[in-house]
Design a protein around this ligand. Structure first.
Ligand SMILES: Cc1ncc(COP(=O)(O)O)c(C=O)c1O
Length: 361
């Protein structure tokens, strides 16, 4: 959060205009600032990332099947289903948890209309391969970039890949507007339609041409975004405490860390660790940390295909890498104010328990 004083000073003018929502001055200012920050030609703001994704899919006018990943947050698949589309799940790559582009083509049928990959933990999907598959089969590509705020590939904004990308500005994200989100998109003509969709499909004083919803970002959210954007670079830099985790855990047998790839700027949003063949299972590490009041996350567990609402349809699918990731990954605590000593302590707890376990054999 910004300081209390900074936020209060920012929102003061709202009491003068009483303009609280419906694309006001703060909304428009944040939109312009984010376009520049994310290096995106076209960008629209939304009330949250999920609605942004739902409406990006709706705007593409898709039918039939959408190829996606099961290793994501509930939102990704829900957005497909809530658009009356059928998700087709593709397994992920073992090293960075993103969709395995080499397996996409085998899943394409005459009903496929789009691919919805996720830049999970800010790890960039195989964007070039996905683009060439999409071109060859005339498919749309909508990226779930909820985790990838500010990530760049050789100085190109991540939101410029594919037909559209969704960003989440939820309170837990690297950049937040309390709740909030954005869609960046390639075709500028989508702007008019997306603006209608997020405002009930209303197209004029007495006309409603689309079945839209209410997904407008309000002025207080936008003001929070304007404050937070002033400090985002500094906050991302402070997340470099995550490198301390790397120093402690790198090279430990049975522990696999997120890969760092050349040419890709990171936002240090998460520190996922795979405990696979480690002395303790992922769940044991989770419980051990919890017993010290340290709350890591099984992010993502369960796999989307195993959710109660989906398991009847999808839980028999063979998705070995995704399943293994769901069973082995723990994201360790990470935020800008996390003290280095806390990282040291967390690693000490994990490593000393493993050492003790080994000695007792
Ligand atoms: C991968 C992914 N997709 C979508 C979302 C949905 O974003 P929001 O919480 O802003 O609606 C999230 C959010 O937490 C997410 O992690």
């Amino acid at each position: 959060m910004p300081s209390y004083e900074e936020f209060i000073a920012e929102i003061k003018p709202i009491w003068e205009t009483a303009w609280m929502t419906n694309m006001g001055e703060f909304h428009d200012r944040l939109k312009d600032q984010l376009k520049e920050y994310l290096k995106a030609e076209n960008l629209l703001l939304f009330v949250n990332g999920h609605m942004a994704l739902e409406m990006a899919l709706q705007a593409m006018n898709l039918t039939g099947e959408v190829i996606t990943t099961p290793f994501s947050f509930a939102s990704t698949t829900h957005a497909i289903i809530r658009n009356n589309l059928t998700p087709v799940f593709c397994d992920i790559r073992e090293d960075d948890y993103t969709i395995d582009a080499d397996q996409i083509e085998a899943l394409i049928t005459d009903k496929t209309t789009a691919i919805l990959p996720v830049h999970v933990y800010g790890n960039v999907c195989d964007v070039d391969k996905i683009e060439s598959i999409a071109k060859k089969h005339n498919l749309k590509v909508i990226y779930d970039a909820a985790h990838a705020f500010g990530v760049e590939v050789n100085h190109r904004g991540i939101g410029t890949y594919g037909d559209a990308s969704m960003f989440s500005f939820h309170a837990t994200k690297v950049f937040n507007t309390i709740e909030g989100g954005a869609v960046t998109f390639k075709d500028p003509s989508l702007e008019i339609l997306l603006n209608y969709l997020k405002n009930f499909g209303i197209t004029g004083k007495e006309s409603v041409e689309y079945i839209g919803g209410n997904a407008k970002m309000n002025e207080f959210q936008a003001a929070m975004g304007i404050c937070n954007l002033r400090h985002v670079e500094e906050n991302i830099e402070r997340r470099l405490v995550s490198e301390r985790y790397r120093e402690h855990l790198q090279g430990v047998s049975g522990i696999r860390l997120n890969p760092i790839k050349q040419g890709i700027s990171q936002n240090y949003a998460y520190f996922p660790v795979s405990f696979d063949g480690f002395w303790l299972t992922r769940n044991q590490v989770y419980d051990l940390l919890a017993s010290h009041n340290i709350f890591a996350r099984k992010y993502f567990y369960p796999l989307i295909t195993d959710f109660e609402c989906y398991r009847e349809r999808f839980s028999d699918l063979e998705l070995p890498c995704a399943r293994r990731a769901a069973d082995s990954v723990l994201t360790l605590p990470l935020y800008a104010d996390l003290p280095l000593e806390d990282v040291d302590r967390i690693c000490e707890i994990i490593l000393s328990a493993a050492k003790k376990g080994k000695q007792s054999v």
